[in-house]
Design a protein around this ligand. Structure first.
Ligand code: FAD
Length: 305
């Protein structure tokens, strides 16, 4: 991993820096580029706008590593409220939710997060939509995949996420090829014992894992902004005889919005990952780590005013 990326990811864990960045005058404009506001109402407004452009969405209430039962409960209730609002506005079939198990109590007790995940899935079913469980750092991979497998016994649509930077992922993709699976590169600082060390190896692993998913009868969700991978994935999907709509592309809110609309205009199913909520700091730092070019934009905005 390069030095800039590892430094920014380390900063993601610093409380001192978090306070400094959160109170800096130019922060809001940077945050608004990547985060759809702090409230459910604002997030639903953003979803409505994206839906008008033919884009599906998956909403993430920001927050992770909860070590507080009340905070976990607050997160679950926010998701239930959000699902209600999406349903009420007729947006639910095209808007789902993304949930981090660590935000609903995984670090407190495995059972608590599973029970909370059941509540969110039951609400999503009532609203006619789905849930995808985000993947976090590699120490949680087994537990998260086991939870999603358990949920899938009741809700076969429960989505898992695989990260191509992990050496294990091609094997996981083969095992999960009959399911709804989001494939991404991976956003955490991982040791080389478990993760590939070069971007080239991560890309090759992405394509091998994508092949495994496309060969199965599940629903692959390709989460990447990488133009080269998007081209390759389109070609691989055709090679496997996949019709448009039997897989989808996913990108993050605020990143390559023109490309999101171009793909949708070509008939591809595109889903935008829309994060919202007060706890945007860790999320923003991971986005900056991926693209140090954004760092200049960020520092200029912070220095402004
Ligand atoms: P990168 O290697 O970051 O970028 C490749 C190329 O894409 C760049 O060279 C550039 O051409 C283009 N590009 C990238 N960013 C930009 C930009 N800002 N503007 C213009 N061009 C750009 N990670 C997890 O660990 N767990 C998850 O659950 C998870 N869920 C995700 C869900 C979605 C929908 C998406 C899109 C990502 C998710 N991620 C998740 C993050 C993911 O793992 C990567 O960290 C992130 O997507 C960056 O990887 P990339 O594939 O876009 O390629």
């Amino acid at each position: 991993m390069n030095l800039v990326r590892s430094t920014i990811l380390a900063a993601a864990g610093s409380n001192r820096l978090r306070r400094l960045v959160s109170t800096a005058p130019g922060t809001r404009s940077v945050v608004e580029r990547f985060v759809a506001g702090e409230s459910c109402a604002r997030a639903v407004e953003v979803v409505r706008g994206l839906a008008a452009d033919g884009l599906n969405t998956t909403l993430d209430y920001l927050g992770e590593d909860t070590t507080d039962v009340e905070q976990a409960e607050h997160t679950v209730r926010t998701y239930l409220n959000l699902l209600d609002q999406l349903h009420g506005e007729g947006l639910a079939p095209h808007a789902e939710v993304s949930v981090k198990l660590s935000a609903i109590g995984q670090k407190l007790s495995g059972r608590l997060s599973v029970d909370n995940a059941y509540r969110i899935c039951a609400a999503a079913e009532q609203c006619g939509t789905t849930v995808t469980f985000d993947m976090e750092d590699h120490t949680t991979t087994d537990a998260t995949l086991a939870t999603v497998a358990e949920l899938r016994r009741t809700w076969p649509w429960a989505g898992a996420v695989l990260q191509s930077y992990l050496r294990r992922t091609e094997a996981d993709a083969l095992a999960l090829a009959g399911s709804r699976v989001r494939l991404c590169k991976g956003a955490y600082a991982e040791p080389e014992s478990v993760a590939f060390g070069t971007a080239h190896e991560v890309d090759l692993s992405y394509v091998r894992s994508a092949n495994a998913l496309l060969a199965g009868d599940g629903y692959p969700m390709f989460a990447t902004h990488d133009p080269r991978l998007v081209d390759i994935l389109g070609e691989r999907a055709r090679w496997y005889g996949r019709k448009q709509g039997s897989y989808e592309f996913q990108m993050l809110y605020g990143i390559r919005p023109d490309e999101q609309r171009r793909l949708a205009g070509e008939g591809e199913t595109v889903r935008v990952y829309v994060p919202f909520g007060e706890q945007w700091y860790g999320y923003l730092m991971r986005r900056l780590a991926e693209r140090p070019a954004n760092l200049g934009f960020f520092l200029r905005a912070l220095a402004s005013r």
